[in-house]
Ligand binder design. Structure first.
Ligand code: SF4
Ligand code: SF4
Length: 277
């Protein structure tokens, strides 16, 4: 059944007309990476300590959406949607604002990601299983913390549990297909074999954390939001949602513009950096 789930996610990404830039055949996303984590994986309880009490476990999300489970069994199905070559290339030369293609991917590409979430919930329901997309439930909410905005379900932390990559200096998530992507997940009572976590530690794919080298994303950030100490969420948020949106949101005709300058033109843009593979 794991193979069938992977095939269905991949088919939807490759075939859906919603995964296309307006007036273009260029897709927002290439074929996905897919991983599975058990809903009872202790890492999800640990996230309450690492992220905050407000971060929900898969069990809490699944039970609040569909009632108590008889056994704590099930799977978090996670995917990474790698941003296509043309879009990444268009953002590489940008110095202050993201390219139009990047902004379309952030805005319309994320709407496509929601369609994929809904599609997989329906797919699971049609085969007689429970399914819930955490980001689309009423229980999902943003949380203000002293470090900046957080949320009650982190797609990247779920993807880490599912062995799809590791975190990075710029607060991104470096996968086999790099750091330039969107990610998503659904939770189900269907039991699937958990994916291996083949990486060394939570930041093993980042050259800066693992080898004290690189730091290319520091120089790419126009908001001075990245340093050797990490990523300043508040600075990043203000730049992305106020300055950039104010500067080019109208011109691009999108609500969510994104930024992603630190995810393009860097060694981890589209792969685990050389020396770390
Ligand atoms: S650009 Fe270099 S330092 Fe920054 S996240 Fe990528 S590998 Fe890490
Ligand atoms: S997304 Fe933009 S503002 Fe935020 S850290 Fe990256 S380059 Fe800086």
């Amino acid at each position: 059944m794991g193979k069938t789930i992977c095939e269905e996610i991949t088919r939807f990404v490759l075939e859906s007309p919603a995964n296309r830039h307006p007036e273009s055949v260029n897709p927002y996303f290439d074929a996905p990476l897919i991983g599975f984590a058990a809903i009872g994986d202790p890492l999800f309880l640990e996230y309450k300590r690492i992220i905050g009490d407000y971060h929900l476990t898969p069990l809490e999300l699944l039970e609040s959406a569909s009632g108590p489970l008889r056994k704590v069994e099930g799977t978090v199905i996670c995917w990474i949607l790698p941003i296509s070559f043309k879009t990444r290339a268009s953002n590489r030369g940008q110095k202050r604002w993201p390219s139009r293609e990047w902004a379309y991917t952030r805005n319309y590409g994320e709407l496509f990601n929601n369609l994929l979430r809904e599609h997989m919930v329906k797919f699971l329901t049609n085969i007689g299983q429970r399914g819930v997309a955490p980001i689309l439930t009423g229980g999902w909410h943003m949380v203000k913390t002293s470090e900046g905005l957080s949320s009650s379900w982190s797609e990247r932390h779920a993807a880490y549990a599912a062995g799809l990559g590791t975190f990075s200096l710029n607060d991104g998530f470096i996968t086999e297909r790099g750091v330039a992507h969107r990610c998503g997940s659904v939770i189900t009572d269907l039991v699937l074999p958990s994916s291996l976590r083949p990486y060394r530690g939570r930041v093993g794919n980042c050259l800066f954390y693992d080898k004290g080298q690189c730091g290319a994303c520091i120089a790419r950030c126009p908001a001075d939001a990245i340093s050797g100490d990490g990523h300043d969420k508040k600075k990043c948020y203000l730049y992305t949602y106020r300055e950039i949106t104010g500067a080019v949101g109208k011109e691009y005709c999108v609500d969510a513009v994104g930024c992603g300058l630190c995810q393009t033109g860097v060694p981890c843009e589209s792969a685990i950096p050389v020396g770390k593979r």
